[in-house]
Design a protein around this ligand. Structure first.
Ligand code: FAD
Length: 415
């Protein structure tokens, strides 16, 4: 009999992303016979593009209570899992495997190598060391449960069976990486509910034509205030990236879900304060002094000292000021209008980019259907759920991958 076509193991893991790889090697470490099934020709396609190819592995918030505050409604659910595998364990795991991590802004941790490949290499090596059988080009097409045994069939005709099955097929964001929501059909058939995907961290599109001409321009330390019908919803200082369709960057991504909800019934603006450390008076003084020192220069040239060049012309147009005016001739009401604008540039969101550009999708199996101590389904004994397959909202900053390490470890331990 062809062993690949029909085999029995202890633990089957479907999905070779970070959560599946971590769960499989943990189960292998416990002495289990494990098979990992991945439909792509290679493992970790999405992992390799995380953090712009540098992989934001975790977030350096060592106080678990504080860290879990970032997972919203999933906070309580995750306590037990994080008691088994926390951020310190993640750091120790990668460091012990020869990949030291470093901390960057907002406590994001990256490998010192600045390469997602080094994280991938650790995971692949660990699969080999723990004896996990990895099958790539193995697209699972069906799951059948008979008594306590699951039988998993792949598109190439191979069949595997076993008593424990870990679903690590991800969500539905960036489908070209393999995360296409295949598991939703099987899970529904097994009796689970699926919360439909709602793209949680996505760039925001704008209706402002002028802003779309700024593709590639980045503003650091800008204050972004989200307003609904003029009322402030949230305000954050961070990095903003203009793109050819609107705006992106970590702060915008974190606001995106709220923007999407508000757009359904409100007028939404994102107001930019380009000089959050100066109040109106201080900015007016700074501008007045600068124009006085360079009194014979044109206003547009002086403004380049205050902001990226690409921003100068659109802002002058918005403020209806002629940039060719010599500084000594700039009227005081124009200076005032300019300060007003620099402290509150209004951007008008028109929508969100879809799954093709999403970082993570919320949605998946609701936590009420999962045992928080083991990640085992409460409805189907022997079935475990990890990573993006679970319905957990979280911000950008390494929180998604930490969820993969923690839930993968827990499921791999108990499966
Ligand atoms: C551009 C981008 C950047 C990101 N950057 C970061 C970051 O820096 N830090 C961070 O914490 N998070 C980041 N994320 C989020 C993070 O990548 C995900 O949360 C994480 O990959 C989820 O891992 P997973 O193992 O649950 O699922 P996935 O990584 O989606 O893996 C699921 C796997 O299952 C396989 N699969 C699906 N269906 C089948 C089937 N039928 N048969 C067999 N195999 C199947 C898929 O091919 C895939 O390989 C980023 C996401 C994107 C898109």
């Amino acid at each position: 009999m062809d062993a690949r076509r029909n085999s029995a193991v202890d633990v089957m893991v479907i999905g070779g992303g970070p959560s599946g790889m971590f769960a499989a090697s943990r189960a292998g470490e416990q002495g289990k016979r494990v098979v990992l099934l991945e439909k792509n020709p290679s493992l970790g396609k999405k992992l390799l593009i995380t953090g712009g190819g540098r992989c934001n592995v975790t977030n350096h918030t060592l106080d678990t209570r504080a860290l879990l505050g970032r997972y919203g409604a999933a906070r309580e659910f995750l306590f037990s899992a994080f008691a088994q595998f926390a951020v310190t364990d993640t750091i120790a795991y990668f460091e012990e495997n020869g990949v030291p991590l470093k901390e960057e802004n907002e406590r994001r941790m990256f490998p010192v190598s600045d390469s997602a490949r080094s994280i991938y290499d650790v995971l692949v090596k660990s699969l080999a060391n723990t004896g996990v059988e990895v099958r790539t080009n193995a697209r699972v097409t069906s799951i059948v449960r008979d008594g306590s045994v699951f039988t998993v069939s792949c598109a190439d005709g191979s069949v595997v069976s076993g008593k424990s099955l870990i679903i690590a097929t991800g969500g539905t964001s960036r489908p070209e990486t393999g995360s296409t929501g295949d598991a939703h059909v099987w899970l529904r058939a097994l009796g689970h509910t699926i919360v439909e995907n709602d793209f949680a961290l996505v760039p925001v599109t704008l209706s402002d034509a002028w802003a779309k001409t700024l593709g590639g321009v980045t503003l650091t330390d800008v204050k972004m205030t989200l307003r609904a019908d003029g009322v402030k919803v949230v305000s954050k200082i961070g990095k903003l990236l203009f793109t050819h369709f609107g705006v992106s960057g970590p702060t915008i991504l974190n606001m995106s879900k709220k923007v999407g909800e508000l757009l359904e019934h409100c007028d939404v603006t994102i107001e930019l304060d380009l000089f959050p450390t100066l109040d109106h008076g201080a900015l007016r003084d700074r501008l007045r002094d600068l124009l006085a020192v360079e009194s014979n220069k044109m206003l547009k040239n002086t403004l380049r000292e205050l902001m990226p060049t690409a921003l100068v012309a659109p802002l002058l147009t918005l403020a209806q000021i002629d940039g060719d005016t010599k500084n000594h001739s700039v009227r005081s009401e124009d200076r005032k209008a300019l300060v007003q604008l620099l402290k509150a540039v209004a951007l008008h969101p028109s929508g969100l980019l879809g799954a093709d550009k999403a970082i993570v999708s919320s949605g998946g199996v609701p936590l009420t259907e999962v045992d928080p101590r083991t990640m085992e389904s409460r409805l189907v004994p022997g079935l475990y759920l990890v990573g993006d397959a679970l319905d957990i909202d979280r911000p950008s900053g390494g929180y998604s991958l930490q969820l993969c390490w923690t839930t993968g470890h827990v499921a791999g331990t108990h499966a």
